[in-house]
Design a protein around this ligand. Structure first.
Ligand code: GDP
Ligand code: MG
Length: 174
């Protein structure tokens, strides 16, 4: 049997935006409230996306690494999920600089990206409008999702898994 292509996905974003919760949600369909925020983990996952098998290696970054560590994570990845928290404007403002760093490092290659606004279940505490997320994604020429690590029932566009799948498709298209 042919080996399925392997893609390396890295999840970036300010500490506390829900990177670990999202990765675990994607892998287990469960929500777990607390993770060690200093922990950095990699996971392997197999899926069929549009009837093609894909092997993923997923790096859940801690969001507080130093410049050198961050650069090595960026070099490692084939594609990136940039996460912010819709209830934390500062986390949204962190996204564009991250994208800038990625472009500098990966130049002249096109960098496969997905923008993800997490914690869409906390509508009452929202600080970043959906339209702002859409605009940023348009600037970065990437897909955009709002979702929640708590539930696939809130947010736009098919939940957490869809964001990971779309990133795999984007890598495949490169
Ligand atoms: P990380 O530092 O980016 O890995 O963030 P964590 O995954 O550790 O999550 C930080 C905090 O936000 C934890 O208390 C989580 O329970 C909470 N959290 C993560 N995702 C969501 C979400 O979608 N909705 C809500 N309400 N809380 C979330
Ligand atoms: Mg974490």
């Amino acid at each position: 049997m042919a080996k399925s292509p392997e893609v390396k996905l890295a999840v970036f974003g300010r500490a506390g935006v829900g990177k670990s919760a999202l990765v675990v949600r994607f892998l287990t369909k469960r929500f777990i409230w607390e993770y060690d925020p200093t922990l950095e983990s990699t996971y392997r996952h197999q899926a069929n996306i549009d009837d093609e098998p894909v092997s993923m290696e997923i790096l859940d970054t801690a969001g507080q690494e130093d410049v050198l560590q961050r650069e090595s994570h960026m070099r490692w990845g084939d594609g990136f999920i940039l996460v912010y928290d819709i209830t934390d404007r500062g986390s949204f403002e962190d996204v564009a600089p991250l994208k800038g760093l990625l472009e500098d490092l990966k130049r002249p290659k096109h960098v496969p990206l997905v923008l993800l606004g997490n914690k869409a279940d906390l509508e009452h505490a929202r600080q970043v409008g959906t339209a702002e997320g859409e605009r940023l994604a348009a600037d970065m020429a990437c897909a955009f999702y709002e979702c929640s690590a708590c539930s696939d029932a809130v947010g736009s566009g098919g939940g957490v898994a869809e964001a990971f799948y779309e990133l795999c498709r984007e890598i495949r298209r490169r």
